[in-house]
Design a protein around this ligand. Sequence first.
Ligand SMILES: [Zn+2]
Length: 109
Amino acid sequence: MKKCTRCGKEYPATSEFFTKNKNTKDKLSGWCKNCFRETYRTRYKNNKEELLTVYALYKGEQLIADGTIKEIAKKLGNSEKTIRFFATPSYKKRVSENGRRLVRLGKGV
Ligand SMILES: [Zn+2]
């Protein structure tokens, strides 16, 4: 039997219950398949939520664009990655008062 390091449940140490992992001693990952499935689902859900979240992009006090990250990126001709970067603390620290600010408005429809 092998204990899952995430949920603590014990399962037979086979690839039927644990995903394969070449880097471990028993060639199986520490997490059971259920845990993998669960984190995958949460990640997917978070992505979906981000797609529905509406932001407003300001330059100084002026509103440049609003909408989801995707819509703002399209309006500005930037990549979604760039738009997301405007919301990071490292960007905020770097810019002056006239810099761009991405403000989270909440969930859209
Ligand atoms: Zn588990």
